[in-house]
Design a protein around this ligand. Structure first.
Ligand code: NAI
Length: 265
């Protein structure tokens, strides 16, 4: 296969946990680690998708792979997952906090409930994952790496994505603070900032103020077409994630438009 030898050397036999692994960037990342010979825990709220990712990861080259079902915003469920992982599979060497949801709508269209949900998943999911699995890494004392999926949206004020962009800017700052805090323990932290990537996120993106199912469907189709036009494959983001861990990069822009953002280049 086309696996880079430096990836196989670094990640072979390591335990890697990826959230949002049933689809898109998370699934591609689970596969890239699998190809490098890592043991993979594929976590998603979509049980069937997580199971399928694990199954395919084994076919691709993971010596072991497991699918685990959890909502990353649920702190207790995350604690439970972490205990299970530690006792049955071991301490995670690489944690990829990738699960996320989209939300489109202006500030005044977006309800408090919608704000809460997007922050619960996109920000609190990363907080729970980093704290719970990060504590296990720290206790073991053999280093590790945490990768958080932020976004180019973290740098781009827009009228369309205030809640989403705020969640991703928070993830970026959290990553940088954690990076400073964990550096002397040999634990690296990276924030990945993709622009538009061709994934299913457009199918789960909520539209603030839209209550009509047909209208929501129409908007999702339109968004999918636009994302498809860019046609940036999730596999390239996955490669950027493995590269960020290997080279211990702090903030990594991916996709041409993300690389074009001044603060990222
Ligand atoms: P996707 O929708 O294909 O995959 C997201 C996965 O996360 C899905 O399998 C979904 O079931 C899972 N998920 C959602 N909420 C969850 C929760 N509460 N608990 C557990 N799992 C949950 O989308 P994609 O594009 O692969 O997104 C991955 C990450 O990349 C997200 O954080 C997203 O915000 C970020 N991103 C995506 C970009 C894009 O253009 N597609 C651009 C920049 C960032």
């Amino acid at each position: 296969s086309g696996v880079k030898p430096e990836y196989a050397e670094r990640f072979g036999g390591q335990l890697v946990l990826v959230t949002g692994a049933a689809s898109g960037i998370g699934r591609a990342t689970a596969f890239a680690f699998a190809e490098a010979g890592a043991r993979v825990v594929a976590v998603d709220r979509d049980a069937e998708g997580a199971g399928r990712t694990a199954e395919m990861a084994r076919l691709i080259g993971a010596p072991e792979a497991w699918g685990e079902t959890v909502d990353v915003s649920d702190e207790q469920a995350m604690e439970k997952l972490a205990s299970k992982v530690a006792s049955e599979y071991g301490v995670v060497d690489v944690l990829v906090n990738n699960a996320g949801i989209g939300l489109t709508g202006s500030f005044f269209e977006t309800t408090s409930e919608e704000w809460k949900r997007v922050l619960d998943v996109n920000l609190w999911g990363v907080i729970h994952g980093s704290r719970i699995f990060g504590a296990q890494m720290t206790a073991r004392g053999q280093g590790g790496h945490i990768v958080n999926t932020s976004s180019a949206a973290a740098f781009q004020p827009s009228r369309a994505l205030p809640a989403y962009s705020t969640s991703k800017a928070a993830v970026l700052m959290l990553s940088e603070c954690l990076r400073a805090e964990l550096a002397d323990q040999g634990i690296g932290v990276s924030a990945i900032c993709p622009g538009i990537v061709n994934t299913n996120i457009t199918a789960t993106t909520r539209f603030a103020g839209v209550t009509d199912a047909a209208e929501e469907n129409r908007r999702q189709k339109k968004a999918s077409r636009l994302y498809g036009l860019r046609n940036y494959p999730p596999e390239k983001v996955a490669d950027a994630i493995l590269g960020a861990v290997l080279h211990d990069r702090a903030v990594v822009p991916v996709t041409p438009e993300a690389r074009g953002i001044h603060a990222l280049s």
